[in-house]
Design a protein around this ligand. Structure first.
Ligand SMILES: [Zn+2]
Length: 285
């Protein structure tokens, strides 16, 4: 992606060096309000005091500095794109904030830990990312490339869009009204919608001429790599669709592509799309 030398967002706070931890309340309840990229370990957010041998006093490497700059440009790009798309619907986009951290940090939703992966906390409307995940994408998920990471950020910004449109609130309200399996299915729809929104963003980035050869494929590979079926297969050796919360690889790629093709919010209603209920590789295109 063409990003070097471009405008950075003013909404990034970099806590990678000297980040201090303070106690905050409400952790147990808030854990349900985070919206992740992947099905992570929720207990990683429960604020246990293990801080992973924090290396917060080690200076950033040149590579880490560059990754921070990259994230900041991507966030600025989401601000430009969503301001424009919201304006088309006579809405005003309020940008998300983003925190970079190493190992652990405080969030409005509890203590953030790298184990949970990138996530969005709707309480403070902030995305939290430990950039170690960039390496995970490359090694654990086999999804290298700058636009793979751009997709991750755009997905989390997608949750922020859902917050602004009141979708997260409705989603959260349903939790007490449905069974766990039904809630997981709703969660899949929510996550696929965030993938669609990431695709919408990528559409506009292409329109602005920032995509390089191979970028789109990097995002598609990343979306496929974080599918529940693939992650379960790799970690447990088997797949249990009842536990899906983010969608299969095929679904994630399909909804990302759908957003990319449309570039707007007209087709983003994953909640009434019937094809989501097919639960195997024979998904309808
Ligand atoms: Zn998500």
């Amino acid at each position: 992606m063409k990003w070097k030398g471009r405008t950075k967002s003013g909404n990034v706070s970099d806590r990678r060096i000297g980040g201090s931890k303070t106690a905050i309340g409400g952790v147990g309840i808030a854990v349900l309000l985070i919206y992740t990229l992947i099905t992570g370990d929720p207990s990683a957010l429960l604020g246990n005091l293990f801080n992973g041998g924090s290396n917060n006093n080690e200076p950033l490497t040149a590579e880490e500095v560059e990754m921070g700059d990259f994230v900041s440009v991507i966030l600025a790009d989401t601000e430009v794109v969503w301001r424009k798309v919201f304006a088309e619907y006579d809405e005003v986009y309020q940008p998300a904030k983003l925190v970079l951290y190493r190992n652990t940090t405080d969030s409005g939703c509890g203590t953030a830990s790298s184990n949970v992966g990138p996530f969005y906390c709707s309480i403070d409307q902030t995305i939290y990312i430990d950039l170690i995940f960039y390496k995970d994408l490359k090694t654990r998920f086999n999804a290298p490339g700058d636009f793979a990471m751009a997709y991750v950020i755009a997905h989390e910004v997608g949750h922020h869009i859902q917050y602004q449109l009141g979708i997260l609130e409705k989603f959260y309200d349903l939790r007490s009204q449905v069974s766990t399996i039904e809630f997981n299915e709703l969660s899949v729809r929510l996550e696929l919608q965030a993938d669609y929104l990431a695709g919408v963003w990528a559409h506009h980035i292409q329109g602005m001429g920032y995509l390089e050869e191979g970028d789109l494929q990097e995002a598609i590979t990343a979306a496929g790599a974080v599918g529940d079926d693939r992650i379960q297969e790799q970690s447990q050796g088997r797949v249990n669709p009842d536990n899906f919360t983010h969608g299969t690889s095929e679904q994630r790629v399909r909804w990302f592509k759908k957003g990319f093709e449309s570039g707007n919010l007209d087709d983003f209603d994953t909640f009434s799309a019937e094809t989501l209920y097919f639960r195997n590789a024979l998904l309808i295109a």
